[in-house]
Design a protein around this ligand. Structure first.
Ligand code: PMP
Length: 352
């Protein structure tokens, strides 16, 4: 078919599986195992859905305002989108237009190279060090922009603010995006660097620490001018990105700070306990500060453990990719879910 010559051909991102079966222990897509804040679920039940006949607020003003207040920035420094994937995709389109390669780690969120290909942005990956940390020296070469998650995914490793700042110092003429999808599980945000660096964009999400992956809410914070440029691109594609329900429930989630701290605290406590138990079972892993652990076993191949867990309806994530094919990314679930997994692994590994 001739028309196929003109198709924009892409190799899409592959999201983790969402099984239909409810009996699965789902530790494969870094969702939160706890429900959203009680205010969110309460409000969802009381909402007046007759308003759904109307378009939503194009600027999601109440949500932007509550985020600005929470993070002590101006509303003009906040941009919201349909999950942080939407925010990140818009940022790629908006800021990475120099024709020079953008830089990101070789082992990282596997959507970055997909957006780069989609928008025809050249890119170069920088190998993580042997200990899985970023080497800031790699980011001191000419480039068209920089992006990395902090903590990184799927390693879970956090870079300290000195490392982030070293990368910013070396890249004053391009936009540096720090993807903080997992920052709320014990990491230190780069927000304090915003006053010093007008080229820093920090992206966060409600999908993990706020337990709202299903509503699709993401946001970023940066210099006012940057946010204006993002809005120009957004309003050139689709003015009504975030639906009414997400806007209303998102505000409620930010208001309930006590619940947010409670669930993130619980996940951190479970993570630290699971680290000890996995070590006893012969697993090794970088010291995660995220809501997952990136573990490989000293003797048993990851693929085999992945399949054995799957046969028990315990889903974790495994990639057939260089450098990471002998590791499993295990999302931190409830204590009970983790105990079921650990109990199975104890027996399974004994027999190996
Ligand atoms: N950044 C990273 C590093 C992620 O792992 C994810 C989750 N897949 C996202 C961004 C996107 O999350 P969401 O679109 O749900 O906000």
């Amino acid at each position: 078919m001739k028309w196929e010559d003109n198709v924009r051909k892409v190799v899409p991102y592959v999201a983790g599986e969402q099984p239909k079966n409810k009996n699965v222990i789902k530790l494969n897509t870094n969702e939160c195992p706890y429900p959203p804040a009680p205010g969110v679920t309460g409000l969802a039940q009381e909402m007046d859905y007759s308003d759904l006949r109307l378009y939503p607020d194009t600027n999601a003003t109440p949500l932007v305002d509550v985020l600005a207040e929470y993070y002590h920035v101006k509303p003009a420094q906040v941009f919201v989108g349909v999950g942080s994937d939407d925010v990140l995709a818009t940022a790629f389109q908006t800021f990475f237009n120099s024709g020079k390669p953008i830089l990101f780690p070789d082992v990282t969120y596997s959507f970055y190279d997909v957006w780069a290909d989609l928008y025809k942005i050249p890119y170069k990956t920088c190998p993580l060090k042997e200990d899985w940390h970023i080497d800031p020296e790699d980011y001191k070469q000419p480039n068209g922009g920089v992006i990395f998650p902090n903590p990184n995914a799927p390693t879970g490793l956090l870079e300290d603010l000195d490392t982030v700042e070293e990368i910013l110092q070396a890249n004053r003429d391009v936009v540096v995006i720090v993807d903080e999808a997992y920052i709320d599980f014990g990491g230190i945000s780069s927000l304090s660097l915003l006053d010093k660096y007008d080229n820093l964009l920090i992206v966060q999400t409600f999908s993990k620490s706020r337990s709202m992956a299903g509503l699709r809410i993401g946001f970023c914070i940066g210099n006012e001018k940057m946010i204006q440029y993002l809005n120009d691109v957004k309003f050139s594609i689709n003015s009504y990105t975030m639906n009414r329900t997400s806007q209303v429930l998102g505000v409620e989630a930010v208001r309930d700070d006590a619940y947010f701290k409670e669930i993130t605290g619980k996940i951190v406590a479970t993570r630290e306990r699971v680290k000890k138990e996995l070590t006893e079972l012969g697993f090794v892993f970088p010291d995660s500060k995220a809501n997952f652990i990136f573990a490989s076993h000293k003797t048993v191949p990851a693929k085999e453990i992945f399949e054995a867990l799957r046969a028990q309806n315990i889903y974790v994530r495994h990639w057939n990719k260089p450098r990471i094919d002998n590791s499993l990314r295990i999302t931190i679930g409830t204590d009970e879910e983790m105990d079921t997994m650990l109990e199975f692994l104890r027996e399974y590994l004994k027999e190996r």
